[in-house]
Design a protein around this ligand. Structure first.
Ligand code: AMP
Length: 281
């Protein structure tokens, strides 16, 4: 396995691989890897010749009051997990090289940016789309994998790729959960034992809504109020949003007649967690 930290070296590696007729599969991450990331790597490994994973905590997707400095980092452990999952190249660039002085360009996917997480995190997806576009230009993947855990991110990246004719196929991967149901997240490390119990309410509430949905409840307000009542049973949890949205437009739906996603964002202490579940007819 190769560790590349320099942008030109990564570009050269990818150009050489392409000239040699190899396909490149790419998994972008912010590191502090867990089984959720590993599932993307395992899926990606089967889809092409060369598997590249980036580890980059992207400063421009964090707001000024957000947890950029506190975001967990563990490169040594990440390299071991990458090795086990047969990654060929780990690309771990420096923020100073990714964002030199006077960096000004940005990519914004406009309407999809008016929903869900964007409300409390203005500028977040502009930062995400911009770094993913940069990484695509550097790594030149044929295929890139994104987890459904970050559902809005997946939809925005797909739209960016479509609208800007980027030559990469975006492949989604399902949410990987802990045994107790909690969605795996690098931020879970920041939860104490009591926090974890509180955080568990999120996946529990989604499961309950899915059960009601499977029993033919189609009214979003009924499903949302059930979720909210479970979440409000613990005052240590602060709900940011509970929404049922169309799977493509991310617009709220009041009656589920097609494919929707129930998405939740909530805070446990200083840790912001997101989760979602598909409500497909
Ligand atoms: P991150 O390092 O949090 O930026 O995540 C990198 C990629 O892994 C993104 O495409 C995420 O959606 C995906 N991912 C993170 N957590 C999970 C999970 N629990 N299940 C599936 N994919 C995940």
């Amino acid at each position: 396995m190769k560790l590349i930290t320099n942008i030109n070296e990564m570009r050269q590696f990818s150009s050489d691989a392409k000239k040699a007729g190899k396909s490149i599969v790419f998994v972008p991450t912010m590191g502090c890897l867990h089984e959720g990331h590993a599932s993307l790597l395992k899926k990606g490994r089967k889809l092409g010749d060369i598997l590249v994973m980036s580890i980059f905590v992207n400063p421009i997707q964090f707001g000024p009051k957000e947890d950029y400095a506190l975001y967990p980092r563990d490169l040594k452990k990440d390299l071991a997990l990458a090795e086990v999952n047969k990654v060929d190249v780990v690309f771990n660039p420096l923020a100073e090289e990714m964002y030199p002085d006077n960096f000004q360009a940005a990519i914004e996917v406009e309407k999809l940016n008016n929903h869900l997480c964007s409300i409390s995190r203005p500028g977040h997806f502009k930062g995400v789309a911009t770094v993913v576009a940069k990484l695509f230009n550097i790594v030149k993947p044929d295929i890139a994998l994104f987890g459904e855990k970050d559902y809005q991110q997946l939809v925005i990246i797909r739209r960016m790729v479509r609208d800007l004719n980027m030559d990469v196929k975006v492949i989604p991967a399902p949410i990987v959960r802990e045994k107790d149901g909690i969605a795996m997240s690098s931020r879970n490390i920041r939860l104490g034992i009591e926090d974890r119990q509180t955080a568990l309410l999120i996946s529990k509430s989604l499961k309950r809504a899915k059960k009601l949905f499977d029993e033919k409840e189609r009214r979003s307000n009924m499903l949302i109020s059930e979720v909210k009542s479970i979440l409000s049973s613990d005052t240590r949890l602060r709900t940011e949003y509970v929404q049922i949205v169309d799977k493509d437009s991310l617009k709220d739906v009041s009656l589920i007649t097609g494919s929707a996603v129930l998405a939740v964002a909530a805070w446990v202490g200083e840790v912001r967690l997101i989760d979602n579940i598909k409500l497909y007819i």
